[in-house]
Design a protein around this ligand. Structure first.
Ligand SMILES: Nc1ncnc2c1ncn2[C@@H]1O[C@H](COP(=O)(O)OP(=O)(O)OP(=O)(O)O)[C@@H](O)[C@H]1O
Length: 317
């Protein structure tokens, strides 16, 4: 599949600080791609290089085959960016802000009005079209940021923490809108501190830590790397249970505490039936069984722990 984003040996230094330390990355066209990393990992720097706000120190970066510096205009016109910060002109009605933005990207005035109305409807704030940005609620501001990113009908939509600080209801609405866009072919690059967001939405995630890509995988693959707990409640009080560790190399540890048995294993869902069978064969009656899956968050924290312990991810409340 062609790449929407192709990065080779990308570096960026701010004086003594190395923000990006030789990144290689391919984001396939049409994918929903997550960029995860603790604070200071280099995510914003990466995005800013793609949209021409920051000049790279070395390496190459292209968007749909256009170099982000040499072919700046072509590359930039294909990208819609919803940044973390509200960098919006606050003195004009939001529909006008959108029309200006469209004009800047070469969209004729009549089409610009039509597009502005369309994207405002799409994100559900059309009735606020004559309101100034400052007068919108926090959630409406987030919606507006998405509308502004969509005004040029981009092939690549970059969302830098699009749901930061919004309530659960709106988060789900924004997710729906974004998934719709992806279904229609828009490539999405998402950074988020909400691990659940990445887990739900992304086909693939890259984990960035201290300016390096330490992993690229699907959320499922990453979760399979962690261990799950198979918790079995037995009726009797056995002194010994079958040697699960010796029988299955996916099993990491076994702990028996009275009638409670905990088998910690990779791919717990697949190991559990064998555990049940072995216990049954050994004559133990099972009263209750529960599998607690490792979360992407646990895997993430483990992977980025070396990065000076700065991993600070939030969990949705
Ligand atoms: N303009 C700048 N001048 C100097 N250092 C900078 C500048 N911008 C970023 N940095 C540094 O580069 C590193 C990467 O920062 P960046 O903002 O890209 O990380 P991030 O992953 O987006 O973090 P966060 O999740 O906190 O937004 C950090 O050490 C940061 O302090």
């Amino acid at each position: 599949m062609a790449s929407a984003i192709e990065i080779r040996g990308l570096t960026k230094s701010y004086g003594d600080v190395t923000a990006l330390d030789g990144i290689d990355l391919d984001v396939p066209e049409g994918s929903f791609f997550g960029l995860l990393g603790p604070n200071g990992a280099g995510k914003t720097t990466f995005i800013n290089i793609l949209v021409g706000l920051v000049r790279k120190s070395g390496g190459t970066a292209s968007v749909f085959g256009y170099d982000v510096e040499a072919d700046y205009r072509e590359a930039r016109d294909r990208i819609g960016l919803a940044p973390q910060e509200f960098n919006v002109d606050r003195f004009f009605p939001i529909r006008e802000v959108l029309e200006h933005k469209a004009g800047y990207h070469g969209i004729p005035q009549d089409d610009a009005r039509e597009r502005a109305d369309e994207v405002l409807k799409r994100v559900g704030i059309y009735d606020k079209r004559d309101t100034r940005f400052d007068w919108l609620s926090g959630g409406m501001k987030r919606r507006f940021m998405l509308a502004r990113a969509l005004i040029t009908d981009p092939d690549l939509l970059i969302l830098d923490e699009p749901t930061a600080g919004v309530d659960v209801q709106l988060r789900h609405e924004l997710w729906e809108t974004i998934v719709d866009l992806n279904d229609q072919g828009t490539t999405i690059l998402l950074t988020t501190h909400y691990i659940e967001e990445a887990e739900r939405l992304c086909d693939e995630v890259a984990i960035l830590d201290s300016g390096r890509v330490i992993e690229v995988a699907s959320p499922e693959e990453l979760m399979d790397r962690g261990t799950d707990d198979i918790v079995v409640q037995l009726r009797d009080n056995p002194t010994a249970v079958p040697d699960f560790e010796a029988e299955d190399d996916r099993v990491e540890s076994v702990e028996l505490d009275g009638t409670r048995l905990v088998v910690t294993a990779h791919q717990g869902g697949l190991v559990a039936p064998d555990v049940v069978q072995a216990l049954d064969d050994a004559g133990h009656e099972i009263v209750d069984l529960e599998i607690s899956r490792t979360s992407l968050e646990e895997v993430f924290v483990e992977m980025t722990r070396q990065g000076q312990g700065r991993a600070t991810m939030e969990v949705e409340q």
